[in-house]
Design a protein around this ligand. Structure first.
Ligand code: SF4
Ligand code: SF4
Length: 331
């Protein structure tokens, strides 16, 4: 149920480096989206309607009341729009995991810009013979110059680029959370700037019903990937030797993954007071693995495929390892 606004706020929605899932969450509001559109004036939503960047440039500063910005900052175009929308918006919300903590695009920070472009445009198998055709920032054509945005060395979060007022985590934020935050906006009841909105201060383990079954002093000898065993739906994933981000993830999603018998991957980001989600998870895991000899350490570590991607699935850009490369940057 969407609240009635006292005045019609102007809303903008934009996507930068992201998959588009956050935009789909908005459309999942269904008939509530119709109610929202009656309560607000959507002044920029290029994914859905034919707005131009020049429309935003023509606005007065802070003319937009609330901007939902999803996606990380990967290119000069992403950065340009982040800066422009910051200038034109009273309230800027980092919407979804990519703008909040870097998300899946942030995993590319382990590789150099050159190695990424080389794989994409030179060595990846392709059905056409375009290998070696690398995009150029500027190309002169008879009709004039064509330009492309530049591709940055690192993926940044929105808050690493411009000032952000609120954060809505999730890959994507669940639709109930979106509805709740829209109501808070329409009622004019947003908390103090800087808050993570639409969530709780608890962790997923705090709200997960599996913990009642698995609170024994478990010791893990090796980790398995979800497809390697059939997980018991009543027992904590960690007790079954399956990585679960529950201890290091902010609650608020309603646990759709865990209820679907898949472990949490941490898309809601670190809980309150935790600076680095991967470090928090590492410390939680360290407390439950069985290690008696140095060989045990190697055996347990060897059973973790892709440790950086495991510990920082959605938060590498926002972590203490944000610019660390694999090997020479080529993986
Ligand atoms: S680790 Fe995962 S499965 Fe276990 S209690 Fe926490 S959220 Fe639930
Ligand atoms: S259970 Fe974990 S991975 Fe799944 S939606 Fe919630 S926070 Fe994200």
């Amino acid at each position: 149920m969407i609240a009635k606004a006292k005045a019609k706020p102007k809303i903008a929605l934009y996507w930068a480096a992201s998959c588009g899932g956050c935009e789909i969450t908005m459309t999942e509001l269904g008939m509530d989206l119709v109610a929202v559109s009656e309560q607000v004036e959507i002044v920029f939503w290029p994914c859905v309607m034919d707005f131009k960047y020049s429309d935003v440039e023509a606005m007065a500063d802070q003319e937009i009341d609330v901007c939902f910005f999803n996606g990380a900052i990967r290119t000069s175009e992403n950065e340009r729009l982040a800066t422009l929308l910051r200038q034109k918006s009273k309230i800027l919300i980092a919407f979804g995991a990519c703008s909040h903590t870097g998300g899946i695009p942030g995993l590319a920070n382990g590789y150099s810009r050159e190695s990424i472009l080389d794989v994409v445009y030179n060595t990846a198998p392709s059905l056409d013979d375009s290998a070696g055709t690398v995009p150029r920032l500027s190309t002169n054509m008879p009709e004039g110059e064509i330009t492309l945005p530049s591709f940055y060395e690192h993926v940044k979060t929105l808050a690493q680029t411009v000032d952000v007022d609120y954060f809505m985590p999730g890959c994507p934020p669940v639709v109930e959370q979106v509805g709740a935050v829209l109501n808070v906006i329409l009622e004019g009841k947003l908390p103090e700037p800087g808050a993570v909105v639409g969530v709780t201060d608890k962790t997923n383990c705090d709200v997960c019903e599996r913990k009642a079954v698995g609170k024994s002093a478990v010791r893990i000898k090796e980790f398995k990937r979800p497809h390697e065993i059939i997980a018991d739906p009543d027992i904590c994933f960690l007790e079954q030797g399956i990585f679960c981000y529950g201890p290091a993830t902010r609650a608020g999603c309603g646990l759709p993954c865990i209820n679907g018998n898949m472990p949490c991957r941490g898309c809601y980001g670190p809980p309150e007071g935790v600076e680095d989600q991967g470090a928090k998870l590492l410390s939680a895991i360290g407390a439950i693995i069985e290690i008696e000899t140095p060989e045990d350490v190697e055996r347990v570590l060897d059973s973790i495929v892709d440790p950086v991607g495991t510990y920082y699935r959605f938060g590498l850009s926002d972590s203490i390892l944000s610019t660390l490369k694999y090997g020479n940057g080529k993986g």
